[in-house]
Design a protein around this ligand. Structure first.
Ligand code: ATP
Length: 137
């Protein structure tokens, strides 16, 4: 089994899509092992998106992710990382996300793409430690 860290970003929470996202997660068969809602500090936002520091979209990404509450969860299951990324769809909701994915079904813009999911076992470990320090091994 594998673990992944997912977020319903501020746009998803504001648009009332927490249930939609968690419902798809549960119907897929993934287990929600930890779950919380919180407004992200600048410090956590910077640590979470450290790999994007210096990119043109970084300042607006930090502003966006700290703009309102997010829902963070640890999911567990076989191939959980890839399974959630399939549910989410590609980063650009119009050009990359496949029809039937969360981003394709509900989003229009790359920045406001509703959800995050860890992209590798290394990112998952790092992100779970950041978001759920009490939960990380
Ligand atoms: P996430 O890491 O949130 O799951 P991802 O792995 O699909 O998304 P990344 O390339 O890691 O995408 O980018 C992180 C986030 O930064 C994206 O989800 C999106 O919100 C934002 N982002 C990425 N590229 C752009 C861009 N060109 N313009 C605006 N925002 C962007």
């Amino acid at each position: 089994t594998e673990q992944t860290l997912i977020l319903v970003k501020p746009d998803g929470v504001a648009r009332g899509l927490i249930g939609e996202v968690l419902s798809r997660v549960e119907r897929k068969g993934l287990t929600i092992a930890a779950l919380k809602m919180e407004t992200v500090s600048e410090e956590l936002a910077g640590a979470h998106y450290a790999e994007h520091e210096g990119k043109a979209f970084y300042p607006s990404l930090i502003e966006f992710i700290t703009s309102g509450p997010v829902v963070a969860a640890v999911l567990e299951g076989p191939r959980a990382i890839a399974a959630f990324r399939q549910l989410a769809g590609g980063t650009d909701p119009v050009e990359k996300a496949l029809p039937g994915s969360i981003r394709a079904d509900f989003a229009l813009e790359t920045q406001f793409n509703l959800v995050h999911g860890s992209d590798s076992p290394e990112s998952a470990k790092r992100e779970i430690a950041l978001w759920f320090p009490e939960f990380a091994q």
